[in-house]
Design a protein around this ligand. Sequence first.
Ligand code: FES
Length: 124
Amino acid sequence: MARSHREAGLNPAQPPAGTRLCALDEVAEPGAKGFRFRTDEAMFAGFVVRRAGTLVGYVDSCPHAGWPLAMMDRYLTRDGNSLLCAGHGALFRPEDGFCTVGPCAGDSLTPWPVVVEDGWIVTA
Ligand code: FES
């Protein structure tokens, strides 16, 4: 029997694998979209990035200070080439979450696996 997130020591608010987040068409190309989930006192924040024909997801927590990277789905820089943390300006590579510039350079965002199934973005 599968253990719950709480039993596994994970954030209990993180949605289980197979949770539909939104239709793929709701995320621009290039673009990004954030999601928030709440269970009792726990909150989980994640976002997905669609760019260059790929879709990836990350936990919305900057490795510098743990803040969410963005409000209003403004995760990508204007040129679409980097993810920007509004906290202190860290830049991350969209494809793997590696921080290239900023106070957490060399650290990485935590992956939040997602897949596309029947036109929906789904947690994996
Ligand atoms: S919280 Fe992201 S750069 Fe400081």
